[in-house]
Design a protein around this ligand. Sequence first.
Ligand code: BGC
Length: 959
Amino acid sequence: MTHQGMTPQGPTPIDGAANVTIADVRFEHLRDAFGVGQACPRLSWTVETTVAEWYQAGYEIEAYGPDGQLRERTERVASDQSVLVPWPFAPLLSRECLTVRVRVWGVDGQSSAWSALSPVEAGLLFPSDWTARFVTPDWEEDTSRPQPGPLLRREFDVRAGVAKARLYVTALGVYEAQLNGVTVGDHVLDPGWTSYDYRLCYQTFDVTSLLREGRNALGAMLGDGWYRGRLGFNGGRRNIYGDRLALLAQLEIDYADGTSERIVTDETWRAARGPILASDIYDGETYDARLERPGWSNPAYDDHDWVGVRRLEHNLATLVAPSGPPARRTELLTPVAITTAPSGRTIVDFGQNLVGRLRLTVQGKAGQTITLRHAEVLEHGELSTRPLRRAEATDRYTLRGDGVETWEPRFTFHGFRYAEVDGWPGTLQADNIRAVVCHSDMERTGWFECSDPLINRLHENVVWSMRGNFLSIPTDCPQRDERLGWTGDIQVFAPTACFLYDCAGFLTSWLADLAAEQDAAKGVVPFVVPNILPMPPIPASAWGDAAVIVPWVLYQRYGDVGILAAQFESMRAWVDRVASLAGERHLWDKGFQFGDWLDPSAPPDKPAAVRTDPHVMATAYFARSAELLGQAARVLGRTEEEAHYLQLAAEVRDAFDAEYVTPAGRVLSDAETAYALALEFGLLKNVEQRRHAGQRLVALVRESGYHISTGFVGTPLICDALCSVGEIEAAFHLLTQRECPSWLYSVTMEATTIWERWDSLLPDGSVNPGQMTSFNHYALGAVADWLHRTVAGLAPAAPGYRRIAVQPHPGGGLTHARARHITPYGAAECAWTSEGGQIEVVVVVPPNATASITLPGNDAKPIEAGSGRYHWSYPYSSERVRHPRSLDSQISEFIDDPEAWRTVLSTIRQHSPGLTGNMDIATFMLHNNTMTLNQMLSLLPHAAEVRTALEGELAALGR
Ligand code: BGC
């Protein structure tokens, strides 16, 4: 990279009259503050202004009652806080509804106009608010296997003059409520999955418009879901939380005359079996439309042949309002191809690996059954279902036969790109089938693009893997007999997730589950949360550290101190537990570890057989978590704990250094992940050790021919570690590698999501024979965070991006990169274009935030900036130096020259095709890198032909 001097210009304020408006007032982390679970929801707002360098000096908040009368107001509060500001009024009562507006003053003394009124409505805040009781159909079931999904109903009368109506509802199982024949709300798979023994979410719906004067009917369909369906690998278990499905519903109707009524689940309800013969998260849904009961959730339906219900005791103190968004259908995909497999079966390709289910529109004879099987990849033109292990992922629909029928399963989801459709009446047309994408409906907040289409696709794959694995809880994968809240996976992916989507509320809920499960396990964080594994929890490094690291990431990215306060006991319990395991030597060097799971050297059947000693990793993470816990204590003003844990962290670092690091700086295992951990977690004592470790890391990366050598733990750190020792081009080289194993390898194999293992699909196109072969695991996609922070250069420098570190890094042959993120303060952006010896940088800093901007080529002089849009343009070149290469160049010279290296490999492969079957030419070249190209060629068949071709190709490359 060369730099030719610069004349930065800017800032360039946007034109226009100065104005300040409040764009968005929010409560807690909710987009829709309806049925909130907090009596004192914190408030956040963002400011939009054309004033450059705008800082807030004060705010004023008003609350209005439903009658439009002012209820309470603050005085003008002198404060620069605009994110998660404490609720300034009397605590909300259950059901209470207010509208709130905010205005602010800038340091220039100018005030904004009042914001629009934002509604907030409390849910049922206390168990005593519930007069409803859980009810379950009064019949016996064989719960050793999937059972038909029950329907529950009850009718009631409504007088004229309804002012408002709310339905508070949840289930043991999954449910869909219907009122007068209309499905309530647009959620899927409510109430979602939480650690049901401790926390069960209920939903609040505004059903005012669904009621009518006279007779009404309320009903619900139930499914096994996570509550009593099969969960877990190796066959899993059923009935983990209980063996009876049950509904809890409380419909509250307020009349304009001030009276109110409640319709609640009790013994007056009726139940019957419905058309869902079986539903299961892993196995799919079986639906017989002939068994539908038309009109069952309408009034005047004859339910005389239905049975009664009985009460089921369940602790109402476990009920909580959701802190994040519900799962919804977020996109419909049309088939890109419908083909016939060699077996004669019909295969639909949606062109994208996704999570959700199919929607059919079909016409045919009554009793005809359509079978839908799902898979992420094809092998030999047929569905490859082996990676699903014991998940059947099969839906079955039996037709009513009375015209056009539309069906989508309700209580299951699948991870798939391909579907096999069997039993379709006539010929399946693209119009008859859609893929319905489902996930927790978080707000998209982060975008990245650059000049390399392969990297853009990689990033898009990360986004799709996040979508697929953020369905109610953060899962490892969405397709096989797992789909569990594996702690290690989200521990490494959380920073990326928090950039791409607003997942603060989503992860806050999951962390509450983690704390509850951990408490029950005496400080041990289970491998998965919710914990459904049959064995007693045992601690595992990097996985259990989710207890400390995920809250810390939420604090960093969303500025939420409350999450640290809420999780502090959990964070501490984990570190204390590890400290007791590590003993006085502060080394956690005994017992089980997952280690650097699935580094590419791990054989298909041994995912933990990796390069880095798992105990080196365990002690490194111990130091990291102790350090973060100490810092969290500092934020919370817990001075004693701050001193204690920072001291502990220092002692663990010393222990690590003494046991695993040579005085010169070589780190035990001598593997990339070990160096990445030591460098990124600050475990090396002195500059000299750091320098040496950095050199050794680069040497290893180079020796591997810039192929990836890390697993779940090292992969998120490796590029940062390289950059921290000044080796950004090596990081780019790793990133842009296309050979297996590498990030872009999967992209060249047409992946549309991130794979679980580097070679889930082997270079010959066959599916990796290992048990761990998912095509939708986000963990290895954690590199996206580096793309955002380093390549595009947009990173938080203070919690909630109150201060932003803007430092773009042109390199890797890219000519352009851009990241945009909706921070808690508003939109922030950094974009650069570097071409023809000139660079342009555009930076957007949101109001009430600041940035330290380090422009390429000007590392020594960061620019301090307040809000506004900035633009610089100056002479600068980030082009790779293109050294001349010839047949007489040493192979080692090609290793650092990605373009030339790729050309050499592809030319040899093309002209000496017999070779690939017998040996990998890349490995051969790496091992013999002191030879010249010419010397090596003389060992190959067709040497003369390859030579001529290579000369031509290298010349064409300009070498
Ligand atoms: C999951 C992982 C998880 C791992 C534990 C796997 O079965 O899919 O993503 O973290 O087990 O090492």
